[in-house]
Ligand binder design. Sequence first.
Ligand SMILES: O=C(O)CCC(=O)C(=O)O
Ligand SMILES: [Fe+2]
Length: 359
Amino acid sequence: MPVSEIKVGHIYDVQELRKTTISRIPERFIRDSTERPDFDKAIASTNNNIPVVDFSKLCKGNRDELCGELLKIKYSCEEWGFFQVINHEVNLELLEKIEKVAMEFFLMPLEEKQKYPMIPGTVQGYGQAFVFSENQKLDWCNMFALGLEPQHLRNPKLWPTKPSNFSETAEIYSREIRELCKNLLKYIAMTLGCKDDVFEKMFGVAVQAIRMNYYPACPRPDLVLGLSPHSDGSALTVLQQGKDSSVGLQILRNNVWVPVHPIPNALVINIGDTIEVLTNGRYKSVEHRAVTHKEKDRLSIVTFYAPSYEIEVEPLQELVDDKNPCKYRRYNHGDYSKHYVTNKLQGKKTLEFAKINYV
Ligand SMILES: O=C(O)CCC(=O)C(=O)O
Ligand SMILES: [Fe+2]
């Protein structure tokens, strides 16, 4: 069935919902008891922090510092699928600017934002993505997402005219994040004992998309999710948490949801499905979700960095041997992206697309 014919039911705009004096959260947001955030458990694991990598030691450090940070990246990718990066060289004023334009966008009247509606079956525009049925639970989140390929950049209808510096800021921001991703992929390749340009050479003109997630405060954070559990379909994801945001991102580790505590000016990096496949599962794309807060709203600005759509993806030959048999089949990255955006967010289910099931 074409995605446009699928009935998705009424999709509430959570910011509008917040403005009304609702006494009950609509049923469509209320999760089954097994899915609800267990704040007590999450708080109990506050000492369990994701590793922090110092980017300046990678690019400007002495040999020992470089080796130390590379080991941290290796450990993070194997054990966490996540790390935070400090001293990343992305202009701090730019981080502030992108946050400012994103907030200005979300705080505009609904009619203004609805000029850029989420296009069904894509993750492009304003609203809720990944909703494919009438009985699917909704996330307590408003998203605004943009592809940054030439056909998107050239289409002025996709770009908000307000705030007036939105597109300019997003473009500069994406360029800086692209540099960071290229560098991180180089270091990640080194930690695998591969040539440092292995990913860059393979990816072609990398595809990049930006998604801004705004989670208004929620009167019952114990009943809803800000964003359903998922892994990212990208190669790498760079996540900026808004200044003064509440803690919201949680990652699944040993079956416990571990909160990621924001570090001022740091960026959160995570491994996406593509790197999991390319490394034959050695580096993991880890399931994560967002929860909401009773009084505070939260903004996250997320960049997805992935190979060009024409690229065929399969585990790197040097990471496949008798002890590590090939776990994923070869597939076209464009097909995978399509599969990803036309299915609901459901843990790591999308990656089954590529899994080889030995019997
Ligand atoms: O807002 C967050 O912290 C999580 C966002 C996220 O995982 C995503 O946009 O893919
Ligand atoms: Fe994500």
